[in-house]
Structure formats: structure tokens, C-alpha cells
Design a protein around this ligand. Structure first.
Ligand SMILES: Cc1cc2nc3c(=O)[nH]c(=O)nc-3n(C[C@H](O)[C@H](O)[C@H](O)COP(=O)(O)O)c2cc1C
Length: 198
């Protein structure tokens, strides 16, 4: 049985990114909840939150003979070492938030470290729960050679009562946690399938 990339066992390493940098971000809250769920309810999934805030704005002048600024190199290493990716993708003006697109673009520079990775996307936001950003992200994923799970989809209207998050941005809605767990289970299954382990 083939070992997973960057691991010597069947533990699946997931790099989790939030496209929102604000304190109290609901999307970062989804990632924190996913980390907690992975510890107690999804065996074999190890989720690491990868902070994209240290990344400079993309500028190819910062690339020197195939190397990147230290924060970019560190970020690219984390993506490369991951077996799969979890995106929490807020919707800004019907699309992907700029910080997330910036991170995606840095990791797409040669060699594209997204290539071949299974991925899932979740979002929290206004009326459509960030859904429009998800469809743009999936489109970008085609060129990156990311392989998104199709279902279950996870959108969460964060503003419709009752409250889904507390003041710190932690997810407090039990139904949403249940749905988030289903996403993690699907990502785990699909990752194992792509690795030929299932
Ligand atoms: C620049 C900007 C553009 C936004 N555009 C949209 C939008 O097109 N559709 C939407 O539903 N919400 C939009 N929002 C609201 C955010 O999606 C919402 O505040 C969400 O909670 C942000 O994610 P966060 O809580 O993780 O920071 C926008 C917010 C900002 C700051």
C-alpha cells in the first residue's frame, strides 16, 4: 500500500487556508472547527491551519533565480507537504477574496505545488453563504490541477438568526458542525481514493 505524500502512515495531512484575515473571521472559525472535528470525530485526518497573512502581494520581481521570498517558500513547503487542501473561502464582490487568490497565485508559480491535490471548499458569509466564491475557486482549480470534491457542498449564512458563530468567530451551530464533518469525511475518502488506497 503506497504511503501518502509526506507521511509514513495512513494519516492524511490537510493544509487548511482561510481567505479572510480579520480577527473574528467566520471562515477562519470554520477552519478552527474543522481542526477540532478532525481530532475527535474524523480518524486519520490531521488538519493544520496555514496562515496566509505573512505572504507579500504577488510580484514576480520578488522571484530570484527560481527562489521566492522566505514567507512564500515556507507557504509553498506546507502546501507541497500536504496530502489535501481545505479552503475556507469568503465571498468578496461575488468572487474569491484577494488574500486567498494571492496565496493561490504564489503557490501556482513553478513548480505548481497544488498540482494533483484533492481539495474541499467551505464558506460562510452573507445570503448565499459565500457560494459564489466557491464556484470561482473551483474554476481556478481546473488550471491548478486541484481535484475538488463535488459533494457535500457547504455554505453557511452567517448572518441569519440564530447565531452561527460567537463573538470570537467560533462556530457554535451544531447542524453546521455536522455538515462540516461530512465534508471532512468526503475529503478523506476522496484523498484515499486518489492515492489508490481505497
Ligand atoms: C470587500 C468585501 C466584499 C464583499 N462582497 C460580498 C459579496 O459579494 N457577497 C456576499 O455575500 N458578501 C460579501 N461581503 C461580506 C463578506 O462575505 C462577509 O462579511 C463574510 O463574513 C466575510 O468573511 P469572514 O467573516 O471570514 O471575514 C463582502 C465583504 C467585503 C469586505
Amino acid at each position: 500500500m503506497a504511503a501518502l505524500a509526506g507521511t509514513s502512515s495512513q494519516i492524511i495531512k490537510v493544509a487548511a487556508l482561510s481567505g479572510s484575515l480579520r480577527r473574528g473571521s467566520y471562515n477562519a472559525g470554520l477552519i478552527r472547527s474543522a481542526v477540532e472535528l478532525s481530532k475527535v470525530a474524523v480518524e486519520g485526518l490531521q488538519i493544520e491551519y496555514v496562515d496566509i497573512s505573512p505572504l507579500p502581494l504577488l510580484n514576480t520581481d520578488l522571484e530570484k533565480e527560481g527562489t521566492y521570498p522566505p514567507a512564500v517558500e515556507a507557504f509553498r513547503e506546507k502546501i507541497l507537504a500536504a496530502d489535501s487542501i481545505l479552503f475556507a473561502s469568503p465571498e468578496y464582490n461575488y468572487s474569491i477574496a484577494a488574500p486567498l487568490k494571492n496565496a493561490i497565485d504564489w503557490a501556482s508559480r513553478a513548480p505548481n505545488v497544488w498540482a494533483g491535490k484533492p481539495a474541499a471548499v467551505v464558506s460562510a458569509g452573507g445570503g448565499f453563504g459565500g457560494g459564489r466564491s466557491q464556484y470561482h475557486l473551483r474554476q481556478v482549480g481546473v488550471f491548478l490541477d486541484l481535484h475538488f470534491i463535488n459533494k457535500p457542498e457547504f455554505f453557511l449564512n452567517a448572518f441569519q438568526p440564530p447565531a452561527k458563530f460567537n463573538d470570537d468567530g467560533d462556530l457554535i451551530d451544531e447542524d453546521a458542525k455536522k455538515r462540516l464533518k461530512e465534508v471532512l469525511l468526503a475529503l478523506k475518502k476522496f484523498t484515499l481514493q486518489l492515492k489508490g488506497n481505497n
